[in-house]
Design a protein around this ligand. Sequence first.
Ligand code: KIV
Ligand code: NA
Length: 262
Amino acid sequence: DKQLTVPKFTAMKAEGRKITVLTAYDYTMARMVDAAGVDAILVGDTLSMVVQGHGNTLPVSLDEMVYHAEMVGRAVEHALVIVDLPFPSYHLGAHKAIENAGRILKETRCQAVKLEGGVDQAEVISALVGAGIPVMGHVGLRPQNVHTLGGYRVQRDRKQLLADAQAVERAGAFSVVLECVPSDIAAEISKKLRIPTIGIGAGPACDGQVLVLNDMLGMTSGYVPKFVKQYADLKGEVARAVGSYCEEVRSGEFPAPEHGYE
Ligand code: KIV
Ligand code: NA
C-alpha cells in the first residue's frame, strides 16, 4: 500500500486509531522499522545523543539533520516521515525558518518537520504551514531548552501546557508531541484538541505514542528515562554475538570450511 500522508495521519484521531511513532536515523534501521508497520518515523534531533554521542540535542546541525533525513527518506515506503528542526534553525525569524525547513522538503523524501514550542512559536508554525510545510509541534519538556530549564523534568503547569498545545493547533500544526507531562493533563489536552497528541512520558490517553528507537530496543548505554519500556535487549544481543565471533576467530572455529572458496 501507499505511504501514509499528513492528512491521513491526522485523521487517525477521529477514526479512533492509536498512532505509533518511533525515531530512526539511518537507512538500515528505518527500513526495518518501516517494514514492521509503524505509522510514522521521526528523524529526531536525539540523533545528537544516540548517533553522534553528544550530551544533549543542541549540537546537531541542520546539514547533519538533512543528511540523516536523506538516509531515512530513502528507506521508508509506508510510514510518514517527520524531521526535527535543530536548534536554533527556527528561531531566526519566519523567513529563515521557511528557508531552513524548506531544505527538508527539497533535499530529502521526508514530508514534515517538527519544532519545539507553543505560544512562543505560533507565528513560525503558521508561516511554515502557509508555505506548504507540514509542522508537528512539541510542547511540555522541550529538550532544546535544557539550559533554561536547568535539566530535564516533568512539566506540570497545566494552564501553560494547555495554552501551548492550543496555540500549536490554532497555528495549523497537524499534530503535537507532549513530552514529560502528567497523564491527567495530557488526557485533558488530548480531549480538547482536534489534532492528534503524540505522547512520550505523557500517559496512555494521548492519541499516539513515540519513543526513541535506541531506548526501546535496549541499545542505549547509560541513563534511560522512566517512561521508556524496553522491548528488546539489543545491547545484550550485540555483546553476545561479538563475544562469540571473537572467541571463534581466536580458537580457529570460524571460519569453517563452508565459509571458504575452493
Ligand atoms: O528527538 C526526538 O527523538 C524527539 C522525540 C523523543 C519526541 O523529539
Ligand atoms: Na527532538
